[in-house]
Design a protein around this ligand. Structure first.
Ligand code: NAP
Length: 260
């Protein structure tokens, strides 16, 4: 336990359990920290990055005695493994309140290069970014519905609406995800709310490694004059869990006005 409760901060997610798929990634890490800071027990879901996920879990803040963080395999393209994970969460924690679908994949392929977007890459993007969030909702819905106040946050992208992004299929996958947010919001109501949090370009380590002039151009096109930080995205997730309690099927942009 790193840090016991401060008088000036009342954790808003006390007693709650949250699973973050892709939890050790650039955005997932910030989301895991934010959830932990609000008193939730955080399950860092991983696919390949087991060591990174375990290290993150060991370093997450605990502001309450009740918090027990863990790193568990959550491969979103493997429905059998997700069913096993649901059983593990049920027996270890007895509940799951928040599911953050943050796992995602892509690769840069210029939009006019149709041959560059081969079938293997298309299948990978659709299986991970579209089938994956559906499969997790299906696997965890009974646990999420248990207390009548479950929440699913799909980490989407403004590429869903703008069709500007790393490749044609990535943009299409996020449009499908936003559409699914609305269908699932209706289908799983009233026990589970479902929302999308849609960042524009986020200043992750990966984005920092891209061409500096291109990054400056993106900033210049953003009314709020900077790129999003992972913390901006994490705060939107926390807001969805704590303040937007009468919102479901909503798409929350975190893009500094980039689409205007
Ligand atoms: N970065 C941005 O600018 C940006 C902007 C808009 C939206 N987004 C969205 O935000 C989300 C996170 O992006 P990021 O920038 O944090 O990417 P990242 O650092 O590359 O992380 C991606 C994560 O997805 C996980 N993942 C990939 N395939 C998986 C699978 N089959 N099963 C389970 N997990 C899988 C990876 O887990 P392992 O490492 O364990 O394999 C990794 O933790 C994505 O959905 C992305 O589309 C990002």
């Amino acid at each position: 336990m790193k840090d016991l409760a401060h008088n000036y901060h009342t954790p808003k997610l006390a007693q709650q359990v949250a699973l973050v798929t892709g939890g050790a990634g650039g955005l997932g890490t910030a989301i895991c920290h934010a959830l932990a800071n609000e008193g939730a027990s955080v399950i860092v879901g991983f696919n390949k990055s087991s060591e990174k996920a375990r290290a993150l879990s060991a370093n997450l803040e605990s502001v309450l005695e009740t918090q027990h963080h863990a790193a568990l395999a959550a491969p979103v393209t493997d429905s059998t493994a997700l069913a096993t994970l649901a059983e593990t969460i049920k027996s270890r924690y007895g509940r799951l309140d928040i599911l953050i679908n943050c796992a995602g994949t892509t690769r840069f392929v210029a939009h006019p290069d149709l041959d560059g977007l081969d079938d293997a890459l298309i299948n990978d993007i659709l299986a991970t970014n579209v089938r994956g969030p559906f499969a997790t909702a299906r696997a965890f819905r009974l646990l999420l519905a248990q207390h009548g106040t479950g929440l699913i946050v799909n980490i989407s992208s403004i590429a869903a609406a703008s069709a500007v992004g790393s490749n044609v299929m990535y943009c299409a996958s996020k449009a499908a995800l936003d559409n699914m947010t609305k269908s699932l919001a209706r289908a799983l109501a009233p026990a589970i709310r479902v929302v999308s949090v849609s960042p524009g370009l986020v200043d992750t380590e990966f984005v920092k490694s891209l061409d500096i002039d291109w990054r400056h151009e993106q900033v210049a096109r953003t009314p709020l004059s900077r790129l999003a930080t992972p913390a901006d995205v994490a705060q939107a997730v926390i807001a969805a869990a704590t303040h937007f309690t009468f919102s479901t099927g909503a798409i929350f942009s975190v893009d500094g006005g980039r689409q205007l």
